[in-house]
Design a protein around this ligand. Structure first.
Ligand code: ADE
Length: 236
C-alpha cells in the first residue's frame, strides 16, 4: 500500500466500495450523492473518491471494463485496503423479452466462459460465482421503492463486448440468462475468495433481442437510480 494501481494512503478507502466501470461515473456519483468527498486515487485516470452517505463512509472507485480490470482493483481494495463490501454499478444488455431498457438487473449469480475467474485453479470445477444474499435482499427492497422494473437472477459476464458467437447468446437466452455485462463473475469470485460481500446492480442500457438502446438523456437518471439502490443496500 499504495499499490501499482491505487495511490490511496492507509485509511483512505472505506470498508464499503461502489464500483462503476467508468471512472467519470465514479466522479459524478461521488459529487452527486456523497458529502465531504476526497479524491483518493487517480492512477491511470481511474478515479476513487471517499466521502459519506447519510453519515456512513463509502468509497466510489472505477473498475474499468472487463474482468481482468475489475480483478486488479477488487483484489487490491480488499487485500491492501480492507474493503469488506463491494458493489458493482454499471450497465448491461438485456437478453429476455420481459426485460425493458432502463430496468435494473440484480445479479444473483454470474455465468461466464471468461478465463479470469477460473484462472487455472478451479480445474474441473464449474464454480458458480454468487452474490452476497444479505446485500441482494437489501438491494431488491431498495429497488422496489422506485418506479423502475427490477429483475433478479443469473447474468452472463462476457470477455468481449463485440461477440462473434450468436449461437452462445441463443443458449444463454434459452437458459434464462437475464443480461450480459463484463465484470460481475470475477468480482463475486474474488470477494468469495477473501470472505467479503459483493453484489452487481446493473441498468439495462441496450437490448440484444429488440436492439433498443437507452437514450442518452435517460442514462444519467438510470445511473442515479442504481447508485441509490447500491448505497441503500450497503447500509441497510
Ligand atoms: N454492457 C452494456 N451492454 C452490454 C452488452 N451488450 N454486452 C456486454 N456488456 C454490456
Amino acid at each position: 500500500m499504495p499499490t501499482p494501481h491505487i495511490s490511496a494512503q492507509p485509511g483512505d478507502i472505506a470498508e464499503t466500495v461502489l464500483m462503476p466501470g467508468d471512472p467519470y461515473r465514479a466522479k459524478w456519483a461521488a459529487e452527486t450523492y456523497l458529502e465531504d468527498i476526497k479524491l483518493v486515487n487517480e492512477v491511470r485516470g481511474m478515479f476513487g473518491f471517499t466521502g459519506t452517505y447519510k453519515g456512513n463512509r463509502v468509497t466510489i472507485h472505477g473498475s474499468g471494463m472487463g474482468m481482468p480490470s475489475i480483478s486488479i482493483y477488487a483484489n487490491e481494495l480488499i487485500t491492501e485496503y480492507g474493503a469488506k463490501t463491494l458493489i458493482r454499478i454499471g450497465s448491461c444488455g438485456a437478453m429476455q423479452h420481459h426485460i425493458k431498457v432502463r430496468d435494473v438487473i440484480i445479479a444473483m449469480t454470474a455465468t461466464t466462459m471468461g478465463t479470469t475467474p477460473s484462472a487455472g485453479f478451479f480445474k474441473e470445477i464449474n464454480y458458480a460465482p454468487c452474490a452476497d444474499y444479505g446485500l441482494l435482499e437489501a438491494a431488491v427492497a431498495a429497488a422496489r421503492q422506485k418506479d423502475t422494473g427490477v429483475h433478479v437472477g443469473n447474468i452472463y459476464s462476457s470477455d468481449v463486448f463485440y461477440a462473434e458467437r450468436p449461437d452462445l447468446d441463443e443458449v444463454m437466452i434459452r437458459h434464462g440468462i437475464l443480461g450480459v455485462e463484463m465484470e460481475a463473475a470475477e468480482l463475486y469470485t474474488v470477494a468469495a475468495r477473501h470472505g467479503v460481500r459483493a453484489l452487481g446492480v446493473m441498468t439495462v442500457s441496450d437490448h440484444l433481442l429488440t436492439h433498443e438502446a437507452l437514450p442518452s438523456d435517460q442514462r444519467e437518471r438510470s445511473f442515479g437510480d442504481m447508485v441509490e439502490i447500491a448505497l441503500e443496500a450497503a447500509f441497510a
